[in-house]
Write a protein that binds this ligand. Sequence first.
Ligand SMILES: *[C@@H]1O[C@H](CO)[C@@H](O)[C@H](O)[C@H]1NC(C)=O
Ligand SMILES: *[C@@H]1O[C@H](CO)[C@@H](O)[C@H](O)[C@H]1NC(C)=O
Ligand SMILES: *[C@@H]1O[C@H](CO)[C@@H](O)[C@H](O)[C@H]1NC(C)=O
Ligand SMILES: *[C@@H]1O[C@H](CO)[C@@H](O)[C@H](O)[C@H]1NC(C)=O
Ligand SMILES: *[C@@H]1O[C@H](CO)[C@@H](O)[C@H](O)[C@H]1NC(C)=O
Ligand SMILES: CC(=O)N[C@H]1CO[C@H](CO)[C@@H](O)[C@@H]1O
Length: 370
Amino acid sequence: MNKKIFFLIILFQIFSLVLSSSPQKYESIFNFGDSLSDTGNFLLSGALAFPVIGQLPYGETFFQHATGRCSDGRLIIDFIAEAFSLPYLPPYLAVTNQSQSFQHGVNFAFAGATALNAEFFYERNIGSILWTNNSLNVQLGWFRKLKSTLCSNKEACDDFFRKSLFLVGEIGGNDYNYAFFLGGGIKELQAIVPLVVGAIANATSALIEEGAVELMVPGNLPIGCSAVYLTLFQSPNKTDYDRHGCLKEYNAFAKYHNYQLKQALDTLRQNYPHAKIIYADYYGAAMRFVHAPLHHGFIGGILKACCGGGGPYNFNNSARCGHTGSEACKNPSIYSNWDGIHLTEAAYRHIALALINGSYSTPALMSSPL
Ligand SMILES: *[C@@H]1O[C@H](CO)[C@@H](O)[C@H](O)[C@H]1NC(C)=O
Ligand SMILES: *[C@@H]1O[C@H](CO)[C@@H](O)[C@H](O)[C@H]1NC(C)=O
Ligand SMILES: *[C@@H]1O[C@H](CO)[C@@H](O)[C@H](O)[C@H]1NC(C)=O
Ligand SMILES: *[C@@H]1O[C@H](CO)[C@@H](O)[C@H](O)[C@H]1NC(C)=O
Ligand SMILES: *[C@@H]1O[C@H](CO)[C@@H](O)[C@H](O)[C@H]1NC(C)=O
Ligand SMILES: CC(=O)N[C@H]1CO[C@H](CO)[C@@H](O)[C@@H]1O
């Protein structure tokens, strides 16, 4: 072989190697989840249970108008899309009529959604508290419906999905929220963790059967540090709190869920060795700013919500963010908690960077495919 051509081939191979590990490795993203990643579905459906997300101050920081995101600005999923130079994910309910706009992916996440089917809650007579019936399985059904418009046969679909990232969650947090807010005890709720984790694992394997190869499955956030939990489950007993002021038992519960989820993902990895199944450690990524708030710019603290209607954590159930009697702080970027339940754009950015960077995603999100 001509030496020059040989050299060029080598150069080309090095170049493609570099390219394949560059951030452009996904051409589309499909996301499933709840209010942590909903970019507009709940709002488009009317947002009856939580209409204030359709108005400022929701969205004030980045979009300068309400988009249906439960935050002042961008969410983790938005920062992930940015990292791969992809457009922000359009909500599924906005694109059902325009086949063009979802070639780079679509977002099925729905605020208030649960991992378990709505029937689970109705059978236990707590269905009326649900914001929505659009659980993970319903979202999976939307994906299957959309699939036929994305690719026409198995070969085309496999090819399309091989270049896609699938995010299954965060989901499951609401299954516990609803039950906790109705007075469920920690011991009692531990019994439903295997069911919630099972639903997440089932959806993950269903997506792999549909052709997904690279998937990221996030765990739960440290709920014991969230203003709504801190307010509703205040304790006179100092030993219930850790040194950062978070409720120990509720954080332990989130860790228990995460532990079971990681075990379930290990089983999935054995069943589907060709798939890259990433665990996203939201808990660990968020704990970094709980441990060192000032280092992350959260001089307003990490326990108090930016937007709320008073109380020790600025969460007041009769004057929640956006309602009469509530007020948003001047500078949301110095708070990690936005409205008592959801986080600020600044907090989501820190979590997203920790995942993208690799240290809080296992295996690393940016590593080359298997
Ligand atoms: C949710 O499901 C329950 C029981 O299946 C049903 O009674 C209720 O009307 C549904 N709600 C919505 C908004 O579809
Ligand atoms: C997961 O899937 C299995 C097999 O299809 C089924 O038996 C089980 O009930 C499902 N679990 C959940 C929580 O959906
Ligand atoms: C506080 O909690 C600890 C540990 O759960 C318990 O041993 C102690 O009796 C409690 N103190 C009070 C005053 O309830
Ligand atoms: C919570 O909001 C209600 C209604 O605006 C108000 O009356 C009450 O004082 C507030 N509670 C606190 C602790 O600020
Ligand atoms: C990214 O990773 C490096 C080294 O692994 C670390 O020093 C840096 O703090 C990380 N940045 C973020 C935003 O996580
Ligand atoms: C022409 C068409 O497909 N219209 C659909 C657009 O989306 C709405 C809501 O999903 C449907 O009701 C219409 O039938």
